[in-house]
Design a protein around this ligand. Structure first.
Ligand SMILES: [Zn+2]
Length: 322
């Protein structure tokens, strides 16, 4: 008998990764293709189709493809589209799901990458067995997916769960969304770099970053310096965690999650980010929630979190109908 697998696909700015994942979250095969977003999206879908067939050929007698799940920037779950994605040059609305359905006779579903990550944590990762979680991706920006009462919150238009664009400071930093003071301008890879430079301007503290240009600074450099005890880098983590914890305390009031899961580059800094975030969350959360919300790292194996998330999206839809 053949096991069923879903194909998880994560569309990234440079590469698009894909893998075959069974119902237990085991990845049977994986690969990637260059996204090449300067070409039409149909070119990516043709190359993905060829790659899926190539990966499936040696598995064909033991694995059957039951569905396809896609995580992509600005993807709309209801319409099956990718709409004016940032960092990719596809203009307007691309009917991703329809284009896949022309090539595969299985259910196809899409959502944004942060929502897919949340479903991955719920089904296969740190949120397994829970019904209410919030998953925060601390990458270049801040992505988030909210699971309430066991279901992902898509909202009326399919774009719910944009905690990165809730406002920390009305007169704060300019954000890519055109407004000021969004959480992701503070709590994300580029946000912590902006904090380092702000702190360098406003203090006389010695720091290894005094000789570094802004466009050369990376969040990884801030993490490494903080581990070595650099006072500016350590203060930048404290400040980032303070702001993140404060905003998470507000989210707790909205959905009362059992756990908040942090993952992505900045979350790999471990205690440097978890400790101040937890402290600030507990300090600012409403009394009746205090001491109840777990702050957890991702429970997915590093490297294929995106594929597992997209595959979990497909599994979630398939199992709903059974
Ligand atoms: Zn914003």
């Amino acid at each position: 008998m053949r096991t069923e697998v879903t194909v998880g696909i994560d569309v990234g700015g440079t590469n698009t990764v894909l893998g075959f994942v069974d119902a237990e979250g085991r990845c049977l095969a994986e690969s990637s293709v260059p996204t090449m977003a300067h070409e039409p999206a149909s070119s990516l879908i043709d190359r993905l189709t060829a790659k899926i067939k190539e990966l499936h050929a040696p598995l064909a007698d033991r694995a059957a493809i039951a569905g396809i799940g896609i995580g992509a920037p600005n993807a709309n779950y209801y319409r099956g589209t990718v709409e004016n994605p940032p960092n990719l040059s596809w203009k307007g609305i691309t009917p991703f799901v329809a284009l896949f359905k022309e090539r595969f006779d299985v259910p196809v579903v899409i959502t944004n990458d942060a929502n897919a990550a949340a479903l991955g944590e719920l089904r296969f990762g740190a949120g397994k067995g829970m019904r209410d979680i919030i998953v925060i991706t601390l990458g270049t920006g801040l992505g988030s997916g909210i699971i309430a009462n066991g279901e992902l919150v898509y909202g009326a238009d399919g774009f719910a769960g944009e905690l990165g664009h809730t406002i920390v400071d009305l007169r704060g930093r300019w954000c890519g969304c055109g407004r000021r003071g969004c959480l992701e301008t503070y709590a994300a890879a580029t946000g912590i770099c902006r904090t380092v430079f702000e702190m360098l301007c406003n203090s006389r503290e010695e720091s290894e970053f005094r000789d570094v240009a802004f466009n050369q600074l990376t969040a990884k450099m801030v993490t490494d310096a903080a581990k070595r005890g650099d006072p500016i880098a350590r203060a930048a983590f404290e400040y980032t965690g303070e702001i993140l914890g404060r905003k998470l305390a507000e989210s707790v009031a909205h959905t009362s999650p059992e756990a908040i899961i942090l993952f992505g580059g900045l979350a790999n800094a471990g205690d440097l980010i978890f400790a101040p975030t937890k402290r600030s969350l507990e300090e600012h959360v409403m009394g009746m929630f205090r001491g109840k919300v777990k702050l957890l790292p991702s429970g997915l194996p590093e490297g294929n979190t995106a594929v597992l998330g997209a595959a979990a999206l497909s599994w979630t839809e398939l199992l709903k109908g059974r």
